[in-house]
Every structure is written in C-alpha cells, then in structure tokens.
Design a protein around this ligand. Structure first.
Ligand code: AP5
Length: 191
C-alpha cells in the first residue's frame, strides 16, 4: 500500500492533479473538501455545521474531518493506497492520520507539496468562481481568509512531515502536464 498526501494552499492544483494521479496509480482519492460539499448538498447536520465555516474561509473543526476520514478508511479496506487531498490541514489532523494508518499497518509514503504564489492562487480561484458555484470562490475576502488559514494552521502539516523526511516540494506553476510529470517522477522514486 502506498499512501500520498497532495499538499498545498487553496487553488494550488491539488484537485486537478489528484484526478490524474488516481487514474495512473490506482489510488483511492480522499478529498475532505469534496466529502464536505457532498454533505452540504445532502443537507446533513454535518454539512450544515461545516457550511458555516466554509463560507467564511475557515477550517472545519478537527474532530469533524478526522471522523470523516476514519470512516472513509474503514469503508475502503482493499485499496492499493490512498491519495489524501486537502487533508490533513492541521498538526492534530496529521497526528490522527498517522495513528489511523498505523492501525491499518501502513503509513504515508510521501507528502508532495505544490508551491504557487499568492497572486496566482487568487487569480485561479476568482476565475473558477465565475463558473464553479462554490460560495468560497466568488469573493476575494473569503479567498484571502482561506489563504490566511493555510499560513496560520496548515503550513504546520509540512513542518510535521519534514521531521520524518517525507516532504518533497514541487513547483505548482506551469502547465498541468508539466506539474503532473514532476509529481510522477517523485512518486516513482519511492514506490
Ligand atoms: P477544499 O475543497 O480542500 O479546497 P482548497 O484546499 O481551498 O482547494 P481548492 O479545491 O480550492 O484548490 P486545489 O488546490 O484543489 O486546486 P484545483 O485543482 O481545484 O476545501 C474547501 C473548504 O473545506 C476549506 O476552506 C475548509 O473550510 C473545508 N475543509 C476541507 N478540508 C478540510 C480539513 N481537512 N480540515 C478542515 N476544514 C477542511 O485548482 C484550482 C483552480 O486552478 C481550478 O480552476 C483549476 O482548473 C486551476 N488550475 C489547476 N492547475 C492549474 C495550472 N497548473 N495552471 C493554471 N490553472 C490551474
């Protein structure tokens, strides 16, 4: 089992590259953002609680997302590996993920960190907001709040995995194909 964290700020290309990586490597894609949006669409109590945070560009509480990932791991016992996209986003989530994977006798193989300038992130997200229907994409204040949350809470995830020598930084600007190729080179070195 080979497990990957695709890491990076909002708009850095995690979702775009995840689609390609799961298809090439046969991994199970776990995106906490996608799971939360599907809970919102189904108007579940969890979705309604999460929406309050997401609409402001704030992180959803750790216990909510850790519970979601724990269920997703349990519900997918026979996979080649997981591709985590948008999770973990805090040090507490990183520690919880490591514990959950340990119970499955596996671990994170690599953390691939996409680096993109803030100017480019804002440009990409505002552009997507024109058509995505995502309430957190069409307001520059909310986009900036998401980036602030990233610096305040999420960049600590890379520091956490650096202690275990698992982080590789990948330039996230350029064509989608070029970035995909760089990601694959790093995965192939470690698989
Ligand atoms: P989430 O859904 O995870 O969103 P995000 O991290 O803000 O990331 P995005 O999906 O916006 O961007 P991305 O990096 O996937 O880039 P993408 O490929 O889409 O989270 C949303 C919210 O949910 C959070 O704010 C939080 O409230 C909550 N949440 C989720 N997980 C949580 C957790 N673990 N803990 C607590 N709360 C959580 O690309 C973006 C755009 O750029 C697209 O239009 C794409 O076409 C374009 N693009 C991609 N690559 C390129 C390229 N190379 N060149 C030009 N454009 C590109």
């Amino acid at each position: 089992m080979f497990n990957i964290i695709l890491f990076g700020p909002p708009g850095s290309g995690k979702g775009t590259q995840s689609e390609r990586l799961i298809s090439k490597y046969g991994l199970k894609h776990l995106s906490t953002g996608d799971i939360l949006r599907s809970e919102i669409a189904s108007q579940t109590p969890l979705g309604l609680e999460a929406k309050n945070f997401m609409d402001k560009g704030q992180l959803v509480p750790d216990e909510v997302v850790i519970g979601m990932i724990s269920s997703a791991l349990e519900n997918n016992p026979d996979v080649n590996g997981f591709l985590f996209d948008g999770f973990p986003r805090t040090e507490a989530q990183s520690e919880a993920l490591d514990e959950l994977l340990k119970l499955k006798r596996t671990e994170i193989g690599v953390v691939l960190a996409l680096m993109v300038s803030e100017e480019e992130l804002v440009k990409r997200l505002l552009n997507r907001g024109l058509t995505s229907g995502r309430s957190d994409d069409n307001n520059v204040e909310v986009i900036r709040a998401r980036i602030v949350e990233y610096h305040k809470k999420t960049s600590a995830v890379a520091d956490y995995y650096r202690k275990f020598n698992k982080v590789v930084t990948i330039p996230g600007e350029g064509s989608v194909d070029e970035i995909f190729e760089s990601l694959c080179i790093e995965i192939d070195k470690r698989k």
